[in-house]
Design a protein around this ligand. Sequence first.
Ligand code: AN0
Ligand code: CP
Length: 320
Amino acid sequence: MKTFFNIEDLGDLRTALSEAQEVKQNRFGYQQLGKNKTLLMIFFNNSLRTRLSTQKAAMNLGMNVIVLDVNAGAWKLETERGVIMDGDKSEHLLEAIPVMSSYCDIIGIRSFAGLTDRNFDYAETIVNQFVQYSGKPVFAMETATVHPLQAFADLITIKEHKPIARPKVVLTWTPHCRALPQAVPNSFAQWMNRADVDFVVTHPEGYELDPRFVGNARVEYDQHKAFEGAHFIYAKNWSNPGVTNPAEYGKITCQDMNWTVDAEHMAWTDNGYFMHCLPVRRGLIVTDDVIEGAHSLVIPEAANREISAEVVIKRMLEAL
Ligand code: AN0
Ligand code: CP
């Protein structure tokens, strides 16, 4: 595997899921693969889970790991070409990328959407430059539009807990106080569309996800109807994707607290599980009782991030 951004990069999903199961039972079984190989993890944004789980996965595989927080100690990077660099940015991404890649074998990158320029974000301008100029395998640790390590871990978690062969999975928008990217719901939708699940998306009108991710998934604007019979509720806030109104891209255009997942919402489901990628703001996305309840999967879901990362890095090592 040379890149990992979209579900297509992973190939057959069943094979990937059984590989995940195998890796989970034997996570130190591939130490020779990573010997004397270096993973460079580059963070343009904060992280708790991605940082720890990806580093752990690489260490399971016997790799050396370097973590770079671009905004804490590195030179500020210019990303646009053709500018006179007389501001606070001391170095250009086009030098920084080949320099960084000379010290490693595989690159993981976190670079969130700026949420101001839809075309810039949805063209994956930053990450594509890493792919083009590094000459190394590159994987997403959440880019402007995707978070595939999360979606893969979510799918592993659903497979481990599903009460029936083809469960009903509902992605629900929830309110939030800050404008958040669409990467998590984009990837979740993309992956659920390919998984053996009955997938429904519910959100206020105007919050339609980009068609290239949501595809032909069923969209139900009535959250109560969407929740009926659900086996998994996947809550997430996202800012306006600007699909129906480009001027609203990245803005908060709804703060309706009726969408917060509470016990009453969960009672509409078929004894459903609660999922969220974390970090989560209680009281906005979900109530304390639901996230702390017996049917909350947020901790096993986060733990599976180590497994999704290990499968992805293992495949990249195998292809070096
Ligand atoms: C980020 C987001 O919503 O994309 C990261 C989630 C994994 N969340 C926040 O910035 C709070
Ligand atoms: N779910 C997730 O990616 O969390 P972090 O932002 O803490 O890495």
